[in-house]
Ligand binder design. Sequence first.
Ligand SMILES: O=C(O)CCC(=O)C(=O)O
Ligand SMILES: [Fe+2]
Length: 468
Amino acid sequence: FAKSIRKKSYAASTMELMNLLEVEDKLVDNLNGYVETLKMKLNLMKRSLTAMSTEHNEMQSDYESYLANPLNSFRLIHRLHTSWRKWYHYAFRTENNALVRIENAHHMRMLLPTSLDLEHACRGIDDLMSFYDLKPEELAAGNLAGYSQTDTELTAYDCLALGEFSVQSRKDDLAEAWFNLSLSRFDNIFDQYRAHEALAMLLAKNKQLTAALHHLDNKPEEVAPSHGVTHIEEELATVQNCTVVVQKPSRLHCRYNSTTTPFTRIAPLKMEELSLDPYMVVFHDVIYDREIELMLNSSNFILSLTDSGQESEVRASKDSYIVESKTLNDRVTDMTGLSMELSDPFSLINYGIGGHYMLHYDYHKYTNTTRAKYGDRIATLLFYLGEVDSGGATIFPRINITVTPKKGSAVFWYNLHNSGALHLETLHSACPVISGSKYVLTKWINELPQMFSTPCMKDSNLHPPQNV
Ligand SMILES: O=C(O)CCC(=O)C(=O)O
Ligand SMILES: [Fe+2]
């Protein structure tokens, strides 16, 4: 088998394509040889199995008299001791002949078309379609603008690949047609689900989440949900949560916190527990109107908003600005019992109409060494600096919690389990602002200086509420 490395693109020339035919010839031959070797092995095992089971069945029909004969008992012990071991090893052994075939296949991988070749081939088909105004159905049926040949029909996998190429080329309508063709060509639910999944991803990309989920309903039980599927489900949960404008009444209780630090004993904080795991609370009246006014009217902040010079864009997304404040740092310590050392400064975020913050986690998910050096974000505290006329809630779709901005309140939650593990249920986002403007002040709290206030407990995943 040739070992040379090919450089030319297969899709570019007929000569190269002829080489590819030759490669396929050799591959078929090689695989055939492999199958033959396996067949021989299988036949040998089948023959021995027949001999063994005949003997076994004879013995079983009258085992008392069979085993009464010492020669028979000897043979039984010998058989089980020797033969079964032999078969066990034989089953695991890879025949030399088979190994050679596998090695051949390994070398021939160099001659196979790469993903770039496949892309070129897809582009070729795509160009043909645009040029001659061909429809995917015609091509899939092997019909090339009236030039039709038998046996040139495309397979379900071909259609799937062309669909994927169309997604990459941002031709979503074409992609949908290819995926549907692929779906109708597959003949079992497992393969069909591949097409359903591709269609679901495409629909989800275009925000047609419910239609996407309909496709995902076709998932056979044996198939594990993919990352993409989980993402669609969360996106849908996000949309559903965002449409709930009023805050869900909390099942947990409301209380005054006067235990965190000496300060809170004098001035207790009003807090409402939203969740125990991840631990999450809302504090009321913890940032004052005059503090908010000062911050929002600071010339630097106003400048930072107008500076971007792209008013509509700024309004359509979030815009953040760094704020340092010892008073507020101390307040967050009073509220949470956590040290503000090594934490990021506050981030003042403004969202205009449609402004939102995609689903995300606040932790960095550092590697162990980076994390030991810099520390991850153990918790987040988010002050709401105003009410939003409509929309703009902070939502946690995995735990079904929606927090509606209320001027002067703050939401606080732990991003990490008490063991230090990342808390996956803290996935959250800011819903698009429908009307009004939203201002929040975020503090991402570093884990490193919390060693004594929140000792990391290896076996516990829960943050005890008394920490807050
Ligand atoms: O604005 C919000 O509601 C959420 C902000 C947020 O997630 C963050 O600052 O990390
Ligand atoms: Fe966040």
